[in-house]
Write a protein that binds this ligand. Structure first.
Ligand code: HEM
Length: 180
């Protein structure tokens, strides 16, 4: 996977806890990369290992870390590193989610080896959104956090409820997004 996610973890940890702690967390994860860049390719295992190592360091579950990280990622990384795409993506949580497959297709067009996640976005009669995440990478909790981060960014009150998850043996990872 492109370094987008690993770079975000690097950014969050070094900003919150300093570079020395980041080096320690990275070394516990078995990563010998000097740093992560958005455009370079890294193994999916390195992402899982980093999340595991941060969770251990913070004494939180991997799921909680992924939610916090996703939320952090929106304004700290996504809106800066990918400012151009972010502006095109929309002006509200609903618009960005509705455009999510198009954004990923655009941003990874012509990028060798890119395999972005795929989403099914269904709007229910009452306005709630059912978001189905389809990816072998198992990062649905990051998606959960990203939706919360989008809410903060656009100053909207959103709630995310997990409906199904492949880690519980369900066929898909499905989240319900409510707008309060
Ligand atoms: C301007 C907005 C966005 C940009 C520029 C962007 C860009 C990217 C890029 C470049 C990757 C790496 C793809 C690869 O290596 O194949 C990626 C992965 C990912 N993106 Fe986005 N993204 C955006 C919005 C979102 C949003 C709104 C969500 C969820 C609500 C999301 C969820 C994810 C996830 C979970 C991954 C990790 C890969 C996976 O799970 O398979 N992204 N994104």
């Amino acid at each position: 996977m492109k370094g987008f996610i690993n770079m975000g973890i690097q950014d969050m940890i070094s900003n919150r806890f300093g570079l020395e702690t980041w080096e320690e967390i990275k070394s516990h994860a078995g990563c010998d990369e000097p740093f992560f860049a958005a455009s370079l390719e890294y193994s999916d295992e390195s992402t899982r290992a980093l999340i595991g190592s941060v969770a251990k360091f913070a004494s939180l579950s991997e799921k909680e870390i992924m939610i916090q990280f996703g939320s952090y990622l929106v304004s700290a990384v996504m809106a800066k590193t990918y400012a151009h795409y972010f502006v095109l993506a929309g002006n509200s949580v609903r618009e960005v989610l509705t455009n999510i497959n198009r954004i990923h297709q655009e941003v990874t067009r012509g990028v060798p080896g890119a395999r972005p996640p795929n989403f099914t976005v269904e709007t229910l009669a009452d306005g709630r959104i059912l978001l189905t995440y389809d990816s072998p990478r198992g990062l649905c909790a990051v998606v959960h956090g990203l939706v919360l981060g989008l809410g903060k960014y656009f100053n909207e009150q959103v709630q995310v409820k997990e409906i199904a998850c492949t880690s519980n043996g369900d066929d898909d990872c499905v989240m319900e997004v409510s707008f309060l």
